[in-house]
Design a protein around this ligand. Structure first.
Ligand code: GTP
Length: 257
């Protein structure tokens, strides 16, 4: 059974900071946001976690391999090196949706994202040792079939961008609404969904739905592991199987599944 640990990372009091004492240069904000994201990717990734940029001021991480001390260290390191600090809410659940709702509740209960006195919150529950060792993360790596031949080499780059974003929007809504899964665009034509235990038919239905709604054709590899990294690598290999076999859905799940 999946048991996902999700960490919501929120930049403290960021809205007011972006306009104090006057609006800050947009390129500087973009640089700060992308550096902070890259930094978190590296720090969370070192422990096998994944972090997604989401809205950049709110980033969502799958942190099954990270304990309380790991979170504390990351938070301290960010505050020491950036002009902003971050708060972190941690939640766990049998679905990613449930875990994120819990993580969000931790920060919302502590106060507003735009409260200058609510800074560096660290709260919530982490998985216990047994749960951390279990293969509790399911990752589905979706990509567009032949994006290069259908879009990149044929149509205007902005038309391609719109098509990919529409596919992403249709997929993220479907996977969240139907399957309590959290899907994130990760670049190119790729979307990574963090999912609970789902049968192959759920992924097939999602692909049919997106194709019917916005005409974007997807394939998906699904993996399972003790960390997002392990599950994600298995998913990438399964996606290669799709390419090799010409199939839409391939799953690489542990033998005891
Ligand atoms: N983040 C991320 N991006 C990737 C990955 N693989 C490919 N990409 C991006 O996706 C783009 C398209 O690559 P592909 O999906 O291999 O190309 P394709 O034409 O759709 O080919 P098929 O997927 O084999 O149908 C690349 O230019 C990269 O930007 C990946 O594993 N992760």
């Amino acid at each position: 059974m999946t048991r996902t640990q999700i960490t919501l990372v929120q930049i403290d009091n960021y809205g007011p900071w972006t306009v104090t004492p006057e609006p800050r240069r947009e390129v500087d904000l973009q640089t700060l946001q992308s550096r902070l994201y890259a930094d978190l990717c590296q720090q969370i990734g070192r422990e096998g976690g994944y972090v997604f940029f989401a809205r950049f001021d709110n980033m969502i991480a799958v942190t099954n391999g990270l304990d309380w001390a790991d979170h504390e260290l990351i938070q301290e390191s960010i505050a020491n090196r950036y002009p902003v600090s971050v708060s972190m809410g941690i939640g766990t659940g049998t679905t990613p949706q449930e875990a994120l709702a819990e993580a969000t509740g931790v920060l919302q209960t502590a106060g507003s994202a735009q409260d200058g006195t609510r800074t560096e919150i660290l709260g919530g529950d982490v998985l216990d040792e047994d749960e951390r060792a279990a293969k509790g993360v399911q990752v589905a790596h979706f990509d567009v079939i032949d994006v290069t031949g259908t879009y990149t080499d044929r149509v205007d780059a902005f038309e391609t961008f719109i098509a990919i974003e529409q596919g992403y929007a249709a997929l993220m809504r479907y996977m969240y609404g139907q399957h309590d899964s959290l899907s994130f665009f990760v670049g190119g034509d790729n979307v990574i969904a963090v999912c609970p235990d789902l049968p192959a038919s759920a992924y097939e239905d999602a692909i049919v739905h997106v194709s019917g709604e916005v005409g974007v054709d997807l394939q998906v590899g699904v993996g399972r592991g003790a960390s997002a990294h392990d599950a994600g690598m298995a998913a990438k290999h399964a996606l290669e199987e799709c390419r090799h076999n010409g199939t839409r859905v391939e799953r690489a799940l542990p033998a005891d599944d």
